[in-house]
Design a protein around this ligand. Structure first.
Ligand code: GLA
Length: 344
């Protein structure tokens, strides 16, 4: 087992570690037990030159202070829960209101801000576990979560999420990596396609208003490959609430399937996303304002990266018509997402 290398120390004296995965195709991913975070991914461009394709900090300190969720696992419930409240099996639960009056990304100390236990690690994979105690951030039940990353020779970085509980609860886990396939500048020239005919329109607080609407005829339509920046200046009301894309797409089909492709035409790098999840939050880094300083000392600005967060729909615990995020004793939570890196 590769114990990894020490990366940084917390004020309580605990060390965070870094683990390196690599393949013969020249892809390298670095992970940390802090937040089960993807700290870096480097992939070759069209000429074979390796380069960074994610946003992140060079030191642990950057992650401790940031609210941007660079590369981490988000949980226990990724995305928003209206009014920090939901009723499950006739019991009403209050979770932390850390986003105005709403709950976001698991609360004040979500799964991104805790240490995960390393279960196993090698140059091709690492597995982390975390026990989220009953009552943590208001959630019911002790939740045993496990996240496993593997990198294979097809340059697929696979993320398997597993969980079980001893009391009825809700679970929605995702990874919050910001991609920038050019390694710098903004992502407006990246070309994106999403296999989604519809999305869940959001209100001014970015919570779903409860309907599912077709993307047809709107700037949210990515069914054919399109530059990310193309619809950005649109007067469509949904583009004004978010200052860019920050929307949940209702993915077509079910089971493990390809749902998205992102390509950067100048360097030739591309990324395909496969998942078992029903939804994907496209977030174009609208809140990046220069306060997060990146690895090379460069401040991250608006649209400096984008996230393709495979997940269940936001606020599902308050929408019985959405695919369920409930997990009960005896049930197994199991989701899988693959990021596949290629060049063209
Ligand atoms: C998600 C949300 C965004 C924002 C980012 C973190 O993608 O949808 O609104 O909160 O996380 O900055």
């Amino acid at each position: 087992m590769d114990a990894g290398s020490r990366w940084g120390i917390l004020s309580n004296g605990e060390w965070a570690h870094r683990y390196r995965l690599s393949n013969d195709a020249g892809v390298e991913a670095q992970l940390s037990d802090y937040g089960a975070t993807i700290v870096s991914i480097a992939t070759p461009d069209r000429d074979g030159t390796p380069g960074e394709v994610t946003l992140g900090h060079s030191s642990l300190g950057g992650y401790l202070g940031s609210r941007a969720y660079f590369g981490c696992v988000v949980g226990r419930y990724a995305n928003r829960i209206r009014d920090g409240m939901f009723t499950l099996d006739e019991v009403t639960h209050m979770v932390t209101r850390n986003h105005g009056r709403h709950h976001l990304h698991g609360g004040l100390r979500g799964f991104d801000k805790v240490f995960w236990n390393l279960e196993e690690a090698s140059s091709s994979g690492a597995s982390f576990s975390y026990l989220s105690r009953d009552g943590e951030e208001g959630y019911p039940g002790n939740l045993e979560a496990r996240v496993t990353y593997t990198l294979n020779e097809r340059s697929e970085l696979r993320i398997v999420y597993e969980a079980k509980t001893d009391e009825a609860t809700v679970v929605n886990l995702t990874n919050h990596t910001y991609f920038n396939l050019a390694g710098g500048g903004d992502v407006l020239g990246h070309v994106l396609s999403l296999d989604a005919d519809s999305y869940t329109p959001a209100d001014a607080d970015l919570l779903p208003i409860g309907v599912v609407a077709p993307v047809e005829g709107t700037p949210l339509d990515f069914r054919e490959p399109k530059r990310v920046g193309r619809g950005m200046g649109s007067a469509h009301p949904q583009m004004r609430v978010a200052g860019g894309y920050d929307h949940n797409y209702v993915l077509n089909g079910s089971g493990f399937r390809r749902v998205a492709k992102l390509a950067e035409p100048v360097c030739g790098r591309s990324l395909e996303v496969y998942t078992t999840q029903p939804g994907l939050q496209l977030y174009t880094g609208n809140f990046l304002d220069g306060s997060d300083i990146g690895r090379d000392g460069v401040p991250y600005l608006k649209h400096g990266g984008l996230c393709l967060e495979t997940q269940h729909y936001p606020d599902s615990p308050n929408h019985p018509e959405y695919p369920s995020t409930a997990l009960r004793p005896g049930e197994a939570y199991n989701q899988e997402t693959v990021f596949r890196f290629t060049v063209e």
